[in-house]
Each structure stands twice: as C-alpha cells, then as structure tokens.
Design a protein around this ligand. Structure first.
Ligand code: GLU
Length: 416
C-alpha cells in the first residue's frame, strides 16, 4: 500500500475483512460477497434554500449485508462524505452489530453538505428530502437509520415524520436516536460515551491501573468526547486534555470539565476561548494512561504512532487509526480497543430503542445502562479472547468476532 492508499478507509477495511474471513476458514467467494456492500444507492436531493434558490445535494445509503437481519446505521451530514467512506462505514456497522450480537447487518448513509452553514429550515428540508430519496430501500424491517456525525435527534424526528407520512402510519421503529417524546430511548444520547467508559474500565483492569490514578486524553468534544469527559471526570479519573476543531487544552493536573462543558453549551466552542492551547497533533502525543480519539478518521498514523505515550488507546471515533499505525502500536505493547468494539454503545442502545418501539413498552434508564454494560463487556471478553488465543492483533480479533455471525447466516441461507 502506498501512503495515499493507507488512509483509504474502504481499502483498509477490505484488507482486514479478508484476513478475518480467511482465519475463520472461509473461501474467496465469501470474501467477494462481504468485502463490498450488497447495495449502494446514490441520490440527488433538491432543496429549496431560504433565499429562494434551489441547491442540489448528493446523498448515499449503503447496505452491507442483510443475511442476519435488517441493516442498521447512522446518516452523517458532512462536506467530506464520499461514496467509499459510506461503504466502509456500513461494513463497520456490520462488525459492531456482529460483536454485540444484534440481529442486524450494517448500513450507513451520508449527505455531502455543511450543516454549520445551513439554517434550521434548510436542514429540515434536506432531512426530509433525504428520506424521500431513499424511502424505497429503508424501513423498520429493512434498514434503520440513526444519528451520526453532525446529525441529531431533531433531524431523526424530521426523518421519522417524513417516513411516517410516506407510509401513512406512525413508524417510530424506522429510525433510532429520536427525541424521547417521539419514542426515543432513555440513555441513547449518552450511549456511545457510556460504552467507551465500560471499555476504559476493562482496559485499565487488564493494565493494573486504578481509575483514580488514570490520566485520560480525549481528542474531540462532540457527542462521544464531551459525555466521556464528563463521565470520566465524575468517576474520579483525571481528564488532562481535550480538544475540538480549533485546538486542544492541556493541564497535567486535570481540567475543570464541568466548566468546559458549560462554556461549550454557551458558546458552541471551547478551546478558542482560552489563550494557551496546544494543537490536536500535540495532544495525541501527550503522556497518559488512556488516549481516546473521539473525532475523525486517520488521526493515528505511521508518522505519530511511534511517538504516542499512552498505555491504552480506546477508539471512540470510527476509523481513527490506520492499519500501519495499528501494527506499530501493537508491536509497542499498547492495548488498542478498536472502534468496532469501543464505539458500539450507540448502536446497542439504538437496538434497545427499536425493540422498545416494536413492543410499545419503554424501559427506565437503569435498565438500558445495565443491559448495555452486559453486552459491551461480553463483546470485550469475546474479542480479547480471540486476540489471546488466536494470537492476532485486537483489530483483527474484533473483525473476526464481528464478521463470523454474518458469514454463518450467509451460509445457512444458502447464498454462498
Ligand atoms: N452512528 C452510530 C455509529 O456509528 C450509531 C448507529 C446506530 O445507532 O444505528 O455507530
């Protein structure tokens, strides 16, 4: 692989999917089937803008494989969305669902747009337009969307409403991550961060580091990063650095997370309110016990992996570490909890939301948290066990755990 290819998320995913299926004893036909999504829909979405003009956006919905059950995964609104990224993300969703043993395959959607420059009403029209464009291939028993980068519960509400209008009946189970009053689940908003906390506990236990002494560095202050900072701070660990797109804040004695969350809620940004910041690149190389990349892809690369000074890396973002960097960290004895395991809390609670919608019976937050805990721990033990007994790195172990059920389901259905 050359350097450009090394950062190609689809190619990297396909390489590990192939290795995982080979280790599990599957042949080339199974690899051919599962290394690409079974279906990819590209849509053009005309949206009336506030100034009266019409702008046409490009969107995607990728469905990796539905042998296990309906496909499931978020929709992101971001200027850097590409077809290959959406394809890779849908394969990662399959792996998350496989590790957690959910009755789903993976799906993912995206729209090339910048929601930060759009008004509330423009965003509503875009969200509804996306649902109209993909409505034929999605549905509560076909493919169930959810929030992802720069989409939120309001957007899910518009999408649910649009879908319900098209089908002419109320369809809360069409989408997850909804507001509570529209059938959302308690604990969904904080689920990704809660899942990462559970992974940090497991990792620290293995490394023999007490939580009270742990120094945590978090890259990203979005949904996952900010709740994670809050929970780690509340549990007595020291969050020594956080960052957002503008830069990073560092204090070796621990940051005042409550204050930073309050600033973020009031001003939208955090780091640009302070005179003394460090860069995101510097943050990654800080000495710490746990480093959590919770922002975007390809942050830990072969360039900076040799300089990382963390005992554990827990990937809260999707795809933050390249394959070459995975190898370097593994060789250096860093315990890596891969994204498809570490960030699966979101889709696990989305599954709970869908189950509650199907039943019409709603659980309390404790029930959600307890069930999440059980499923995440089981996933961790399974992946760690494969890592130890099959002597493969944690990423390959997670892929093996994640793809096995899907390959078996494909076999039983007689597709391959
Ligand atoms: N977008 C989240 C993820 O990447 C959640 C998906 C879902 O809840 O279906 O895992």
């Amino acid at each position: 692989m050359n350097k450009h290819e090394a950062n190609d998320v689809l190619l990297s995913t396909q390489i590990v999917i192939e290795q995982a299926l080979m280790r599990l004893g599957y042949d080339q036909t199974m690899i051919e089937l599962l290394k690409e999504p079974m279906r990819l829909l590209t849509v053009r979405i005309p949206v009336r803008m506030d100034d009266g003009s019409t702008k046409v956006f490009t969107g995607y919905r990728s469905q990796h494989n539905d042998a296990v059950g309906p496909t499931k995964g978020g929709v992101r609104f971001h200027p850097a969305v590409t077809e290959n990224e959406v394809k890779a993300l849908s394969i990662w969703m399959s792996l998350k669902c496989g590790i957690a043993d959910l009755p789903y395959g993976g799906g993912k959607g995206g729209v090339i747009c910048d929601p930060r420059t759009m008004s509330f009403l423009e965003l509503e029209r875009l969200s509804r337009g996306y649902v109209r464009a993909v409505s034929q291939i999605v549905g509560p028993n076909k493919d169930i969307p959810a929030p992802d980068v720069m989409t939120n519960s309001q957007i899910m509400a518009w999408m649910m409403d649009e879908y319900s209008r098209i089908r002419e009946f109320d369809s809360p189970g069409f989408i997850t991550g909804k507001p509570l009053v529209l059938g959302g689940s308690k604990g969904r908003e904080t689920a990704t961060a809660r899942g990462v906390v559970i992974m940090i506990h497991e990792a620290l236990r293995l490394k023999g580091i007490a939580l009270e002494n742990a120094r945590i560095v978090i890259q990203g202050f979005g949904n996952a990063g900010s709740y994670l900072a809050k929970f780690m701070h509340e549990s007595g660990a020291r969050v020594i650095a956080i960052s957002d797109v503008n830069g990073a804040l560092y204090n070796k004695d621990g940051l005042d997370i409550e204050y930073l969350l309050d600033r973020r809620d009031s001003f939208g940004n955090v780091t640009n309110l302070f005179p003394k910041t460090i860069t995101n690149a510097e943050l990654l190389e800080l000495e710490c016990d746990v480093l959590v990349p919770a922002a975007i892809e390809n942050q830990i690369t072969e360039q900076n992996a040799p300089n990382l000074r963390a005992a554990v890396v827990v990937e809260a973002a999707n795809g933050p570490t390249t394959l070459e960097a995975t190898r370097i960290l593994t060789d250096r004895g860093v315990l890596l909890i891969p994204d498809v395991l570490a960030s699966s809390g979101g889709v696990i609670v989305s599954y709970f939301e869908w189950v509650q919608n199907n039943q019409g019976y709603y659980w309390d937050e404790q029930e959600v948290d307890d069930k999440l805990q059980i499923m995440m721990k089981r996933g961790f033990e399974h992946v760690y066990d494969i890592h130890r007994t099959r002597k493969v790195d944690m990423r390959l172990a997670a892929y093996m755990a994640g793809v096995r059920k899907m390959a078996e389901a494909v076999r039983f259905r007689g597709w391959v």
